[in-house]
Ligand binder design. Structure first.
Ligand SMILES: [Zn+2]
Length: 179
């Protein structure tokens, strides 16, 4: 997570984070490494990489893990997204999969920019609305009476020392007492 003030610097940080995340991907099955980064409403950048699983559908896309990092840090809006991957066999840029377009849309407006990076700096910028036209959102759900948006999480709350938590019971001691 990082933040910079100038828009160009923010974009550079976003690209750098997506590129740096890519080699960290866990992709032993597809060997298709993807890095992603999200710029949140406070100008902070959160990165993620794909995490595959032997049970294939349980794998996680880079965009999804970047969004999870954003939420964990207290971010609630994606202002821009960057995705870094190899080109396809036919030389096309790798855009977010359908599921990730939907996941991004949960936190972003249709004019959110999705920057698709190639291995040699080649890139194209899409609007999220281009990638996910006629998308489904909370506006499609019936209004929930009394429903209230959950409060934004203060990033500080995620850094409280674990030592403040109650010490866990030691199972061996408990067993001894019972015996
Ligand atoms: Zn995806």
């Amino acid at each position: 997570m990082a933040s910079s003030a100038h828009p160009a610097a923010r974009l550079a940080a976003l690209y750098a984070a997506a590129r740096a995340a890519r080699p960290r991907a866990y992709a032993p099955y597809s060997r298709f490494h993807v890095g992603a980064a999200v710029l949140d409403e406070r100008g902070r950048v959160h990165a993620g990489c794909n995490v595959e699983n032997a049970a294939y559908p349980q794998g996680l896309c880079a965009e999804a893990s970047a969004l999870a990092a954003m939420v964990l840090a207290g971010g609630r809006r994606a202002r821009a997204v960057a995705v870094a991957a190899a080109l396809s066999a036919s030389g096309e840029l790798t855009t977010p999969c359908g599921g990730c377009r939907q996941k991004i849309a949960e936190f972003a407006a249709p004019d959110c920019e999705v920057h698709v990076l190639g291995p040699r700096g080649m890139r194209r910028v899409f609007m999220l609305g281009e990638l996910l036209p006629f998308g489904f959102g909370e506006g499609h759900l019936p209004a929930q009476r009394g429903a209230k948006a959950p409060p934004a999480i203060d990033a500080k709350s995620t850094t409280e020392p674990l030592s403040q938590a109650a010490p866990a019971a030691r199972p061996s001691a408990a067993r001894r007492r019972r015996g």
